[in-house]
Design a protein around this ligand. Structure first.
Ligand SMILES: CC(C)(COP(=O)(O)OP(=O)(O)OC[C@H]1O[C@@H](n2cnc3c(N)ncnc32)[C@H](O)[C@@H]1OP(=O)(O)O)[C@@H](O)C(=O)NCCC(=O)NCCS
Length: 171
C-alpha cells in the first residue's frame, strides 16, 4: 500500500471511509471539511494515494493547565502550557493493522515538533476512547488524571492522555 500523508483537500472523496466507529466516520464526512475550510478550528490530514483515503487524523491548537499534570516539576507554573490536541484518529477498517495508524501518529508528532519550534508546544494531548488507551500507552502517552479510586463510571468517557515531546519514543 503506497500513500502520502497530507492536509485534507476539498476535492477529496470522503464518502467511502468506514472505520467501524460511526462517530469518527460521521465527523469525517460531515464536519472535517467545514471545520477546516470555513471555521478554521482544526485541520485534518489524510493518508491517501489520491484515490482512496486509508486513514485520517484531526488536530487543533490547545493548552493545558499545569495543575492537570502529574509531572509538574520541570514545567513553568504560571502559564497554560501549549499543546497539540489530537482530536481524532481513524483508519478505514479495510486497512487497519497495516501500520497506517502508526504513521499518522508519527505525523502528529512531527506537527507537534514544528509547533514547538514556531509557537511553542510541550506535547500532544489525545482524548482516548477507553478501548484505545492501551494503543496510545504503547507509544508513550500517559493518562493525565487518574480516575478517583472507587469511582463508578456509568458511561465510559474519553480519557485525556499526554505525550511529552521531550519523552517521545517515536522520533
Ligand atoms: C486504533 C487505530 C487508529 C489503529 O490504527 P491501525 O492502522 O489499525 O494500527 P497500526 O497498524 O498502526 O497498529 C500499530 C500497533 O498497535 C496495535 N493496535 C492496534 N489497535 C489497537 C488497540 N485498539 N489496542 C491496542 N493495540 C492496538 C497493533 O496491533 C500494532 O501493534 P504492533 O506494531 O506491535 O504490530 C485503528 O484501528 C482505528 O481506526 N480504530 C477504530 C477507531 C478508533 O478507535 N480510533 C481511536 C480514536 S481515540
Amino acid at each position: 500500500m503506497e500513500y502520502q500523508i497530507r492536509p485534507l483537500q476539498k476535492s477529496d472523496n470522503r464518502k467511502a471511509f468506514e472505520s467501524g466507529h460511526a462517530d469518527l466516520d460521521h465527523f469525517f464526512k460531515r464536519y472535517a471539511g467545514q471545520n477546516q475550510f470555513r471555521h478554521h478550528v482544526g485541520v485534518s490530514y489524510v493518508a491517501t494515494d489520491d484515490n482512496t483515503i486509508f486513514g485520517y487524523l484531526t488536530v487543533a491548537m490547545g493548552n493545558i493547565e499545569v495543575g492537570e499534570f502529574q509531572e509538574k516539576k520541570s514545567l513553568p507554573l504560571n502559564y497554560p502550557l501549549p499543546i497539540l490536541r489530537l482530536g481524532r484518529l481513524a483508519v478505514d477498517n479495510r486497512y487497519q493493522g497495516q501500520g497506517v495508524g502508526k504513521q499518522l501518529l508519527r505525523y502528529a508528532l512531527m506537527l507537534a515538533l514544528q509547533q514547538r519550534d514556531t509557537v511553542g508546544c510541550v506535547g500532544i494531548v489525545v482524548d482516548a476512547k477507553p478501548e484505545t488507551i492501551k494503543y496510545y500507552t504503547k507509544y508513550g502517552f500517559q493518562l493525565i488524571g487518574e480516575p478517583l479510586e472507587g469511582q463508578i463510571k456509568v458511561n465510559p468517557s474519553p480519557e485525556p492522555m499526554f505525550l511529552s515531546i521531550r519523552n517521545s519514543i517515536m522520533r
